[in-house]
Ligand binder design. Structure first.
Ligand SMILES: [Zn+2]
Ligand SMILES: [Zn+2]
Length: 265
């Protein structure tokens, strides 16, 4: 009997120890992730300059059917390197997961990040997470679709399923739309346009008063149509992108100036 009680107590103590270890672990995980759980635009300077972080790791997360094209990944690397000051370099990590069930709300997108993101900011390396979603945004309507969203300081979702649908998987169109969406959302984590109310241009000269957080210049990467688009405009948009030859870039007078003010190029 005595022995039984001892054994029982031992088991309880063991259980308590295991529980508190788990709690410590959870706290540690939360702490190590805190740097990547901040408001959109708040890490613009950390991403652009070399003041706090000398390198950047971008984690690309996707399931096999929703992998971005190699041309998109190459163009993305060129795009980032042209804008940021990272003397120790920019690197990509690809994490392959299984299909998740869409359509997704942003809180579902956050949950997926919690479960699937493996790279967090540490020491002098700043980490960015991009999820190529296997479903549409649940805010899509019969007339409008969301192509992507930047929802936290270092977190982006690209609605890859939507991109594949609207381009009918035509490789060139898909690549152009993927790259444009990706670069546009990256512009948002760079703080564009006026995300943190710290734009250096006065009044409404830069931020489009009809489409807040976006650029007033029609052919700038940060023009609002790069993020969500009405279905009847998609064809024209794809034709425009094709005619441009290149993926839209930041306009030199406003967006580039804002990036430079935060230590970028
Ligand atoms: Zn946007
Ligand atoms: Zn602009």
């Amino acid at each position: 009997m005595n022995c039984f009680i001892k054994k029982f107590t031992f088991i309880i103590v063991l259980t308590l120890i295991t529980f508190s270890c788990k709690e410590d672990q959870d706290n540690q995980i939360q702490q190590s992730r805190a740097e990547n759980r901040k408001a959109l635009g708040s890490s613009a300077e950390d991403l652009l300059s070399d003041d706090s972080y000398r390198s950047m790791t971008v984690e690309m997360v996707y399931s096999p059917a929703y992998k971005p094209t190699q041309q998109t990944l190459d163009a993305f690397m060129t795009f980032i390197n042209a804008r940021v000051n990272k003397p120790d370099g920019v690197s990509f990590i690809e994490t392959i997961i299984s299909d998740q069930n869409g359509p997704f709300s942003i809180s579902q997108i956050r949950n997926i990040e919690n479960e699937q993101r493996t790279v967090y900011t540490q020491a002098d390396d700043i980490a960015v997470y991009v999820y190529f979603a296997s479903g549409n945004a649940n805010s899509d309507t019969s007339t409008t679709v969301t192509l992507g969203s930047a929802y936290q300081n270092t977190s982006i979702v690209i609605y890859e399923k939507t991109l594949q649908e609207v381009t009918n998987n035509v490789l060139d169109d898909l690549t152009r739309l993927e790259a444009t969406t990706l670069h546009h959302e990256f512009g948002h984590i760079f703080g564009l346009v006026n995300i943190q109310n710290d734009d250096i241009h006065p009044g409404d000269t830069h931020e489009d008063p009809d489409h807040l957080k976006h650029c007033i210049i029609g052919d700038c990467l940060m023009y609002f149509e790069a993020q969500s688009i009405t279905k009847n405009k998609i064809k024209t948009r794809l034709q425009d992108l094709k005619a441009l030859q290149n993926i839209p870039s930041f306009d030199p007078d406003f967006c580039i100036q804002d990036l430079q003010a935060k230590g970028g190029n």
